[in-house]
Write a new protein. Structure first.
Length: 379
């Protein structure tokens, strides 16, 4: 397995003929600011340079590479596998209510007996991420690891992009399946956030739209917590996600972050579903806790694999983490790099949602506010 990477700061490089010239990749991942994907010349140049490669990528709220965290850039990484096969799937997301069915369509395209792992990237707005994952699992089963994330647009929550071999789109879910005896695929996901304040009951919700907390409009309850930061919703909601609890006061599910607000309905649109009758608390974090969480995710992935050769680690970290860490954001990427060592190339992005099993052998689910890592190698 060979891996080569380049970081671009102009959407159309002056010369593409020498681009990633030392390898002939079967897979090219692309994570960058939205302007790269809206520039048809860039997408066409990539496809012309690698006519036989599968493309997988999305727009971001910050880019991750082996040199750290950047903005207003694009990270292009080529992977030349020795024997692993890469298959591709995509489907249009018609609306948020289509999320489960769209996931089922993707899953049906990749549900072969020899698929070893799946990576998926989806639009970051107007989607129910947990329904998307449930739809995929309904077709491929709970034993196939699925990882990936929801695209970003630098916190604007207006228009995100995904990329596959057919080009860039604002409404396509894109995925690949990895097949072959040589592929090693590992994953890890961890947060580092801490709940605070009283436990409150979810008294009305529909899927991923939260209408009432303790019988009050959810938006009004949330705005009381945020104070002056409420004027910056939905972006300020990234700093204060929800932890889901059971009636006994124990954490019962993944973190849920806010993707949108409806002031006329007094509701909050979350990245994934919650259930009426459940309980929640707000959460907050500091940089040290988030860096420790990133290291824990890397440690979990490292324990799953045995290959010591060249590898690729795809990091999907929530944009809320980036907002908390500020100019210390590089520290969580550095923590991951130390765990994997110099033979692992890092790529990835800051997202609006992360997709991964929480632990080895567990069913896949949507996470928010985590560092989620997908590690690829061959033995």
């Amino acid at each position: 397995m060979k891996v080569q990477q380049i970081r671009l700061t102009a959407s159309v490089p002056e010369r593409m003929d020498g681009f990633l010239s030392r390898i002939e990749p079967q897979l090219v991942t692309v994570f960058g600011v939205t302007t790269f994907f809206s520039d048809r010349r860039f997408v066409d140049a990539l496809r012309d340079r690698f006519p036989n490669a599968r493309f997988l990528g999305c727009s971001t709220a910050g880019e991750i590479s082996s040199v750290g965290v950047t903005e207003e850039s694009c990270i292009v990484t080529g992977v030349e596998f020795d024997t692993t096969q890469v298959t591709e799937a995509s489907t249009r997301l018609a609306c948020m209510e289509d999320s489960f069915d769209a996931g089922a369509r993707i899953g049906s395209q990749l549900a072969t007996p020899d698929v070893k792992a799946i990576m998926v990237f989806a639009p970051g707005i107007s989607i129910n991420g947990s329904a998307l994952v449930a739809g995929m699992v309904s077709r491929v089963g709970p034993k196939v690891p699925i990882t990936g994330g929801l695209a970003g647009d630098c916190g604007a929550f207006a228009r995100t992009w995904t990329l596959n071999s057919q080009g860039a789109s604002t409404d396509e879910i894109v995925a690949i399946g990895l097949q072959g005896e040589a592929i090693e695929f590992a994953h890890g996901s961890f947060g580092g956030w801490k709940p605070f304040g009283p436990v409150r009951r979810i008294t009305r919700c529909e899927g991923n739209v939260l209408y009432e907390i303790n019988g009050e409009p959810a938006l009004e309850v949330y705005k009381r917590y945020l104070g002056h930061q409420a004027s910056d919703l939905p972006a300020s909601g990234l700093l204060f996600p929800f932890a889901i609890f059971d009636p006994e006061g124990k954490e019962a599910g993944p973190i849920r972050t806010i993707l949108g607000v409806d002031r006329s309905m007094g509701s909050l649109t979350l990245a994934g579903s919650v259930e009426t009758g459940g309980y929640l608390k707000l959460m907050h974090a500091d940089t040290d806790g988030l860096v420790s969480g990133a290291k824990a995710a890397a440690d979990a992935a490292r324990r799953m694999h045995t290959t010591s050769g060249n590898s690729l680690a795809i990091l999907v970290s929530c944009v809320g983490r980036k907002l908390v860490m500020g100019n210390r954001t590089d520290e969580e990427v550095e923590a991951v790099s130390r765990v994997f060592g110099s033979r692992a190339t890092l790529t990835g992005f800051y997202s609006y949602g992360e997709i991964s099993p929480f632990t080895s052998g567990a069913a896949c689910q949507l996470h928010n506010q985590t560092m989620t890592i997908s590690w690829l190698g061959e033995h």
